[in-house]
Ligand binder design. Sequence first.
Ligand code: NDP
Length: 331
Amino acid sequence: MTFNALIVDKAEDGRVSAAIEPITEDRLPEGNVTVAVEYSTLNYKDGLCLTGKGGLVRNYPHVPGIDFAGTVEASSDDRYKPGDKVVLTGWRVGEVHWGGYAQKARVKGDWLVPLPDGLTPRQAMAVGTAGFTAMLAVIALEAHGTVPGEGEVLVTGAAGGVGSVATAILAKLGHGVAAVTGRPETADYLTGLGATTIVPREELAEASPRPLESERWSGCVDAVGGTMLGRVLKQMQYGRAVAAVGLAGGAAVEGFTVVPFLLRGVSLLGIDSVMCPAAPRLEAWRRVAADLPLDRLEAMIEDRKLSDLPALGPAILKGQVKGRVVIDVNG
Ligand code: NDP
């Protein structure tokens, strides 16, 4: 029996291509649980894997897809039996291990979580890696003492995947949300998700020579990194925290000194969704199911299929994708 997989391969001249191929189960990597994949998604890292950028994929041919939801088909792990609905994010699946851009995946049971109560597989994937990470960032800010009513929480890269989910969750929790976007045409979309202020990207894009700026934000979920992160750190209110999630705008923080840490007690909280241990992982999924308004989740979803992915990879790297792209692998 064959099934469809989106295989990324590298030619001798170094050119990377992606195409759907019918393959058999014996080509799947080792693992103790086989899952009939229903949905996967498009994340920034998938864009890198689909185009061969960033050095994430070491071995070709490769099946990308850093997250998936589906039904267990076979399992030698006591925790999972055929018919169980499961979700996977992280653990370098889709980067090192073959991922969710196929109708079947074989993985370690340790990497799976049960489908969270109240979410369908499609909804769980609309959350996916980006949304799960946004939830981890919100939890980290809460642990730092960020509470509603003490000023707006800034979300950078707001129209993207992490930013959209972070905006909706923070708004549902009662925070004022200032959404930074480089796409003015997404203002209505972001307001619909609950943003209270739209901040044009240009306002934060340039490095500032000043060591500190006026105190503006009571917290920040930062998906952009780079110069913007340096700028935001100078604008945090006294004692507040930035949850650093991503680097869509670059890894190097320019024009930044340690002064915000020393004179304002600002904290920089690192967020890693990939190796997140089981207990906080399950808690974050529980919180997603409890705190993410499903009507707002629906507004973020663009439904696509496996064959759309070769074109979508370059688009997400250019910051052209809005919200969450959900891939119906059987579509
Ligand atoms: P998206 O591409 O969906 O969103 C990124 C957004 O950032 C874009 O939509 C755009 O938003 C903004 N942006 C893009 N390029 C630039 C730029 N040059 N300067 C300023 N803003 C820019 O990606 P995701 O939301 O999926 O991921 C965002 C980042 O988070 C990535 O770096 C990703 O690798 C990382 N990530 C990290 C995780 C972790 O565990 N730490 C997990 C998941 C993601 P707008 O148009 O609104 O300005």
